[in-house]
Unconditional design. Structure first.
Length: 227
């Protein structure tokens, strides 16, 4: 069995103060974030609208940390290259909203970004069976995508366990992230199930001390690695 990794922390700027977004990104960069998570929503695939490639380009000038860009848009293919050129290091597309998702993953890799798949709570893990050879990242949504601050959906724990087994069976280094309702209570549970990247919104940006919030979340995740 591959050795389990220390979980990475990727604060989501969806929960940041948009009036001070540059300062907010600088703060989490300074205070220990591993990745910067960027939720891109189109008001069609999900019931909310957020950022485009120009925002990613602005964030790229603000931080050297990897930009972890989650495309909650349909179709995604026409925009992949623009986000990659803007500075996205990782790009996730949804298996539910992109009918030719195998091609989408190849397009991400060809663009120079690291390809990932995001999977909604109602989608079974087996939907990724024939995609494992094309992806390097999996993002398990533990809330229904579209809004921050939602409650963690408990039955996604079993999905994380199945996806971890599927990823390990490939012999490839596939990282599994979890997005939705992640806090010091849920972090050890998802890490124990197989996650090694935690997207956190209000658990970081809703706290008065970002450094402490990130550290507490990482420590909580580490508890999930204990026997």
């Amino acid at each position: 069995m591959p050795q389990r990794k220390i979980p990475l922390i990727a604060p989501s700027i969806l929960s940041a103060d948009f009036m001070r977004l540059g300062e907010e990104v600088t703060a989490i960069d300074r205070d220990g974030a591993d990745w910067i998570h960027v939720d891109v929503m189109d008001g069609h695939f999900v019931p909310n609208m957020t950022f485009g490639p120009s925002m990613v380009a602005a964030l790229r000038r603000q931080t050297d940390k990897p930009l972890d860009v989650h495309l909650m848009i349909a179709p995604a293919d026409p925009y992949i290259e623009s986000f990659a050129q803007a500075g996205a290091n990782h790009i996730y597309v949804h298996c539910e909203g992109n009918p030719h998702v195998h091609r989408s993953l190849q397009t991400i890799r060809k663009s120079g970004a690291i390809p990932g798949i995001a999977i909604c709570p109602g989608t079974p893990p087996e939907a990724l069976t024939y995609l494992m050879g094309e992806l390097d990242l999996i993002l398990v949504m533990t809330v229904n995508p579209g809004f921050g601050g939602q409650k963690f959906i408990e039955d996604q724990i079993g999905k994380i366990e199945i996806l971890r087994a599927m990823a390990d069976a490939t012999g490839r280094d596939i990282r599994i992230g979890v997005d939705g309702g992640i806090d010091p209570t849920t972090a050890p549970r998802v890490v124990k199930a197989g996650a090694d990247m935690l997207v956190a919104g209000t658990a970081v940006y809703g706290q008065p001390d970002y450094r402490k919030a990130i550290s507490d979340l990482r420590d909580a995740g580490m508890r999930g690695l204990q026997p």
